[in-house]
Ligand binder design. Structure first.
Ligand code: AMP
Ligand code: ZN
Length: 172
């Protein structure tokens, strides 16, 4: 009991579990209380049903529940990471290896002509689930969708050289 409220075990021990996760890293085996509000962690943990198409040691792939096209697949790392920049190198490699492994089969299974592969990285880009996920969307010549170029209004203001120099300074 805390302040007259009977909190469940995991909420009473959240500080201890947070410390454990910071110390040991997120467990691939259990879905921790830090991440149970994440729908993709719950799919990875088998707590929420999904049409899983591949399960790998570090990665799970399943159908998007609101597909943009038949065969729209999401590929997620098992470990909860919100943004691409936060992925461990091994997790990033495993994620992209699964993209490589699935792109052909998804295309073949749906008889598609190609696939659009993309990541919304950050809330400002339209990412609605803050757990990194790669979209693979099958495409056909007359499917009415555009290329990734069509989502940008091309409001550029700075010369290429200046922009490249700014990026190079940060990359080092
Ligand atoms: P994004 O906008 O890049 O964050 O994409 C999130 C995607 O997750 C959307 O396309 C949703 O349709 C999809 N999605 C949300 N909840 C589920 C779920 N329970 N199972 C499968 N896909 C989901
Ligand atoms: Zn998650």
């Amino acid at each position: 009991m805390v302040g007259g409220v009977n909190y469940p075990f995991w909420e009473r021990n959240i500080t201890w579990i947070a410390w454990l996760e910071l110390t040991l890293g997120p467990s691939p085996v259990y879905v921790s209380p830090m991440t149970t509000s994440c729908i993709f962690c719950r799919i990875v943990g088998g707590e929420v049903p999904a049409e899983v198409v591949a399960r790998e040691p570090e990665v799970v792939a399943f159908l998007d529940v609101q597909p943009l096209a038949d065969g729209h697949v999401l590929i997620v790392p098992r470990a909860h990471v919100a943004a691409v920049e936060e992925l461990e190198p091994a997790a990033a490699a495993a994620l992209f290896q699964t993209v490589l492994r699935l792109a052909g089969p998804v295309r073949e299974a749906l008889g598609a002509a190609g696939t659009t592969i993309g990541i919304n990285n950050g809330a400002a880009t339209g990412q609605t689930i803050p757990h990194v996920h790669v979209h693979i969307v099958p495409r056909w010549p007359d499917d009415g969708a555009g290329s990734i170029h069509t989502i940008f209004p091309r409001r550029t203001r700075r010369p290429l050289g200046e922009v490249a120099a700014a990026i190079r300074r940060v990359v080092g």
